[in-house]
Design a protein around this ligand. Structure first.
Ligand code: PLP
Length: 406
């Protein structure tokens, strides 16, 4: 591949710290089986899935096979699976589609302060369009209290959207409980499960959701392809207007290679979920224990809450997250200082301020998100690199240290 196409090489700056990827909540590498399957389809599966000739039939077969794989992963019916261009489009379709399809003048939407921008900014737009929005907050645990959602419901509430697992803290929300109280009040319920699908078992029947969003690139599939689960019989207008693809729910010629890749990733996740969360959870716990042991003045955000097994949000008071990310990058480690989508902005993470961190502490956090390639040795080396980098950065700004909050 030409260098211009390949992009800049991954640089390993130190022989003692081989490069290790600890940013799986930002995105995951594509599994080799997914790459191989997509290459075959790019070459031989170019047909339009709506065409009736053999090329079209082959493309249709690939799309429907992927739909069945995703449905199996979620315990859904294949007819309830709608392919989209990713998690953002799935979230927007559920929110605008359900609000718009509601026949009554019920014009109220409820969400939380810790959602991804794909939901938060959709809520802002709804407000501009005249819909009333309630944003429910969280306490230091990072868990949304179902009773706060109940208290926010009104006779005119159409839809509630609460994420399944938070992308920064990893906190898993009591979605089944919230969904059930929404249904008692005849309110629809959507969950953004972009971070949970592939990292834990997700069963749309047990969660009793009306809508659920997922994204291929968060579980070893390709970018630019996702799914909106839409429970059978639920009314939802399409976000885009065009042809009758996806049973009229999402127009546009299907991205067959991407959908095929997502299907392979779903079947891979189905198997990996039997063992991986336990192994990764042990590794994450060892990482957190070692950080607390070897670095002074460190705390874990929402450490006592139910969390994704792979995610750790760590605060190093007095140290800016961005220079720490760069220091680790130069030593061969990829981590994040917050949600990847908001990096480049100097604003502290809205999730970390929502759980009660000061703006300064929120800027002093790292998100470390593990995946199948991470080993015990890599974790030990990451702890060593963090010990060196934090003591160096604290020496540069010795007065900036603040006490650990209770
Ligand atoms: N929702 C959550 C919780 C996410 O973490 C992300 C991506 O980071 C998205 C939605 C957006 O998904 P996509 O990148 O596929 O648009």
């Amino acid at each position: 591949m030409a260098d211009a196409v390949r992009g800049p090489p991954l640089v390993t700056h130190s022989m003692s710290y081989p490069r290790a990827y600890f940013d799986h909540n930002a995105t995951t590498p594509i599994a080799e089986t997914v790459i191989a399957g997509m290459m075959d389809v790019l070459r031989d599966g170019f047909g339009n899935a709506s065409s009736i000739h053999q090329e079209g039939q082959r493309a249709r077969h690939l799309v429907e096979h992927a739909r069945r794989e995703v449905a199996r992963l979620l315990h859904a019916d294949p007819k309830e699976i709608v392919f989209t261009s990713g998690g953002t489009e799935a979230d927007n379709t559920a929110i605008f589609g359900a609000m718009e399809a509601s026949a009554s003048p019920r014009r109220h939407f409820v969400t939380t302060t810790i959602e991804h921008p794909a939901v938060l900014h959709a809520a802002d737009r709804l407000e501009q369009l005249g819909v009333e929005v309630t944003r429910v907050g969280v306490d230091a645990s990072g868990v949304v209290d179902p009773q706060s959602i109940r208290a926010a419901l009104r006779p005119e509430t159409v839809l509630v959207s609460v994420m399944h697992a938070n992308n920064e803290t990893g906190v898993i929300q009591p979605v089944a409980e919230i969904s059930s109280l929404c249904h008692e009040n005849r309110v629809l319920f959507h969950t953004d499960a972009v971070q949970s699908v592939g990292k834990m078992k997700v069963d749309v029947r047990a969660l009793d959701v009306d809508f659920l969003s997922l994204s291929g690139h968060k579980f070893f599939g390709p970018k630019g392809v996702g799914v909106l689960f839409m429970r059978k019989g639920v009314a939802c207008n399409p976000l885009l207007h065009g042809g009758k693809h996806e049973r009229g729910r999402r127009p546009g010629t299907e991205n067959v290679p991407g959908i095929h890749g997502l299907g392979i990733a779903a079947s891979f996740a189905h198997t990996a979920l039997q063992t991986e969360p336990e192994r990764i959870g042990k590794l994450r716990n060892e990482l957190e224990a070692a950080l607390m042991d070897s670095i002074p003045n460190v705390f874990i955000n929402c450490g006592g809450s139910p969390r994704l097994a792979n995610t750790s949000s760590v605060c190093f008071p007095g140290i800016e997250g961005e220079p720490l990310v760069i220091a680790l990058d130069l030593r061969g480690f990829a981590v994040s200082s917050g949600a990847a989508c908001s990096s480049g902005s100097v604003e502290p993470s809205h999730v970390l301020t929502a759980i009660g961190l000061s703006r300064q502490d929120a800027r002093s956090c790292l998100r470390i998100s593990l995946g199948p390639s991470n080993t015990v040795e890599q974790v030990k080396e990451l702890v060593g690199a963090l010990r060196d980098a934090t003591s160096h950065l604290r020496r540069l700004a010795p007065t900036a240290s603040s006490p650990v909050p209770v």
